[in-house]
Design a protein around this ligand. Structure first.
Ligand SMILES: [Fe+2]
Ligand SMILES: [Fe+2]
Length: 278
């Protein structure tokens, strides 16, 4: 059952589309610089990080950035599927609603095209066992166009991505192209987060979901896991010694835990204001 929303799905005016492939010159990506600022690397602040050889640190900072793009590709594929599947229903709601969702679909497709280009320039193959927030995939496959749970899931993912993009966009020491990727994604996702908030607020106001917190909490945990805690195989791919120890060290890294909590905080606050504790 998927009731039509009481609110218009979007009050926003359409903005000029920015095509990432036209705007971001990925050929200028400098392989001699780290692609993630040091404070966003999983081992930041640890003795284990300082003990790594400089070439391993460089490769790890690049692979962690590429792994985030790979996670973005995975999430955007599920979002594209959901938006595509919902398109006929949204079309019936009206032109404004449909335009809003088409704009989001176009932007996500642009991000994914940009991420594919980045992956082609990866300093090495990503391991096949990177963790994925499986609940997000299940939500995208099964929940309706206006589902508060689905949009809550989008809100969590996009809020964390936005916070990471903001920090990357403003970082020193990374290639200008990396700041461009993060800056463009940030600008789009700020709008997407606003839209997801609208959808969540509307859905839960129309139909309060008693178990929303219980459902979204493990999803947030899976998402944090996927985003912030690489498996041992990623450290191995970077050429680091004792990768299993490094994966455990990242998990216990207080700076990492604080960053994850800070990036999730805006979504957590917003959902708490709707009676949903994650
Ligand atoms: Fe995106
Ligand atoms: Fe988005």
């Amino acid at each position: 059952m998927d009731a039509t929303p009481a609110l218009a799905p979007s009050g926003r005016r359409q903005h000029a589309y920015r095509d990432p492939l036209a705007e971001v010159d990925l050929d200028a990506l400098d392989p001699a610089l780290p692609w993630l600022p040091e404070e966003l690397v999983s081992l930041a602040g640890l003795a284990e990080w300082r003990a790594l050889d400089a070439p391993v640190r460089l490769r790890l900072a690049q692979l962690e950035f590429v792994a985030l793009a790979d996670l973005g590709l995975w999430l955007e594929a599920h979002l594209l599927r959901h938006l595509g599947r919902a398109a006929p229903k949204v079309r019936r709601v009206g032109a404004e609603a449909y335009a809003a969702q088409l704009a989001e679909l176009r932007e996500e497709a642009g991000h994914s095209l940009m991420f594919l280009e980045l992956l082609r320039r990866s300093p090495g193959a990503l391991p096949g066992d990177l963790p994925r927030p499986r609940l997000a995939a299940a939500f995208a496959a099964r929940l309706g166009a206006w589902s508060g749970l689905f949009w809550g899931c989008v809100l969590i993912g996009e809020t964390v991505a936005t916070e990471l993009n903001r920090r990357t966009r403003d970082a020193a020491g990374v290639p200008a192209v990396v700041r461009d990727i993060a800056g463009l994604h940030f600008a789009d996702e700020v709008r997407h987060v606003a839209y997801a908030r609208l959808r969540v607020a509307d859905a839960f106001a129309r139909r309060p979901h008693r178990l929303a917190g219980a459902v979204l909490r493990p999803l947030a945990r899976q998402y944090i896991e996927a985003c912030f805690y690489p498996p041992a195989s990623l450290y191995a791919a970077a050429g680091a010694p004792d990768p299993r120890h490094l994966a455990r060290a990242a998990r216990a890294n207080p700076a990492r835990q604080a960053l994850a909590a800070t990036c999730l905080a805006p979504a957590r606050r917003f959902l708490a204001g709707r009676g949903v504790a994650i």
